[in-house]
Write a protein of this length. Structure first.
Lengths: 238, 204
């Protein structure tokens, strides 16, 4: 994203709208720090500029990733899903993606509101790969991996900054404690944050085995979350 | 897409914050999905939805018909109490539209709604919070508002600016919340809760 200096009237109205705080005043003109800008288009689409000074031109690879990962109104060509991730547990009763005895996990980098370079995503993905997780094939971050066995993300995208990017994976519930410990260690080495989530299929009695395990291990989770209520059809055997 | 999972706040505040979404499963039940999502949004509006939206249109409770007309693969609706959530779930069960339905909110309260509607949870999604360099995060009072847009499109500085304007008397909390809402591309922003949180920020 750029601001046309010939059009900008220095009203400063756009400054607070940037989720990355990448707009500042320089020589009485609003200017975007292009390295910090994630091309999310929030400034442009907010309509805040009274003189339409924002200029967006689709960027070539690899900068093009910034918009596809940062503007949820943009559909990923590979996954046909807008935003950063997949349908994950939202359609589990139909897709059968998360079976009993398994844990789904998502690490959403840059969220909330910090942004991330892919080099931080790469560090964590490689650690998870060493612990044998299975990365979700339809996830946009997985598409950026050179090898899903190692979790290594391709070199040419590592410096790209996005509003957020999600690693999505599954593993047997028996590995949960080991993976939580590994995640805790590698989280000390990154320069951003990630919101962590886990997914579990309920047992026939309505209980979540993973919830019991988290209680036993002293792993805290928020009081609020998401629940699929099983109305989708055709029902999968899951 | 975990855009309604990591909403922050205390139990009292979150007890006024629920999101119901309807989504098609790509490759499984795509036929006629748009009409079904439209039907869902109309049900939501009948039961006092605070906001509705879709990824393609954003959230525009003031332009509900426009949102409904243009909805595609997924529809969202925000509610402020268990009674409305229960009423929507009862209607969705009866309508038997065949698309997936997900409810976000405090687990225990959502489960109470499900039971009253004759439904059971199938799969759960739990937030383990924020990991890594958490010292970079904005203040908690700001996060409680910004995380109501799960795609992080609401800028922390804009929230602070709104609180300043409320304090200065140039905006009401409700007007400030309405100004923030369109930044959220999916329409999952809870304007009623945001107005309360903004007022609390301004009153400090």
């Amino acid at each position: 994203m750029k601001i046309d200096p010939e059009l900008c009237i220095a009203c400063e109205a756009c400054l607070p709208y940037c989720p990355m705080a990448a707009i500042s005043m320089k020589d009485d003109i609003a200017t975007i720090d292009e390295d910090e800008c994630v091309d999310c288009n929030v400034c442009l689409k907010s309509g805040v500029c009274p003189v339409d000074a924002f200029v967006f031109e689709p960027a070539p690879w690899p900068r093009s990733l910034r918009t596809t990962f940062s503007d949820p109104r943009t559909e990923h060509k590979e996954t046909k899903i807008a935003g950063r991730g997949t349908e994950e547990m939202k359609t589990n009763e139909v897709t059968g993606r998360f079976h009993r005895g398994w844990v789904g996990m998502g690490c959403e980098f840059g969220r909330p509101g910090i942004g991330t370079r892919f080099r931080d995503v790469d560090k964590v993905a490689q650690v998870l790969a060493k612990h044998g997780v299975e990365f979700e094939a339809k996830n946009p971050v997985t598409f950026l991996m050179e090898d899903t066995k190692t979790g290594k993300i391709r070199e040419d995208v590592l410096n790209e900054k996005v509003l957020s990017g999600i690693i999505e994976c599954i593993y047997p519930i028996e590995k949960f404690e080991e993976i939580m410990n590994a995640l805790k260690e590698v989280s000390k080495e990154i320069d951003t944050v990630f919101s962590c989530e886990v997914i579990n299929r309920a047992d026939p009695d309505g209980s979540y085995p993973l919830r019991k395990l988290m209680d036993k291990l002293g792993i805290s989770y928020r009081i609020n979350g998401k629940q699929n209520v099983g109305l989708g059809k055709p029902a999968a055997d899951v | 897409m975990t855009h309604t999972l990591h909403r922050r706040g205390n139990a009292e505040s979150l007890s006024e914050d629920y999101v119901i979404l309807m989504i098609q499963a790509i490759g499984h039940n795509e036929e006629g999905h748009r009409e079904k999502v439209k039907q869902f949004l109309r049900i939501a509006l009948r039961h006092n939805a605070i906001n509705i939206g879709s990824v393609s249109m954003g959230g525009m409770i003031d332009k509900a018909e426009e949102v409904i007309a243009n909805v595609d693969k997924i529809g969202h609706a925000v509610f402020g109490n268990q009674e409305d959530v229960t009423a929507v779930l009862k209607e969705l069960k009866e309508a038997d539209l065949g698309l997936s339905v997900v409810v976000s909110g405090i687990y225990e309260k959502v489960d109470e709604c499900l039971e009253k509607a004759g439904l059971k949870h199938h799969t759960g999604n739990f937030s383990l919070g924020v990991w890594g360099k958490t010292e970079k995060l904005p203040e908690e009072e700001v996060l409680e508002i910004t995380t109501m847009c799960g795609h992080a499109l609401i800028a922390p500085n804009l929230v602070k600016e709104m609180a300043k304007e409320i304090k200065a008397g140039t905006k009401t909390p409700e007007n400030a919340a309405k100004l923030l809402a369109p930044q959220c591309a999916c329409g999952v922003f809870n304007t009623s809760r945001a107005a309360k949180l903004l007022k609390a920020m301004a009153d400090k």
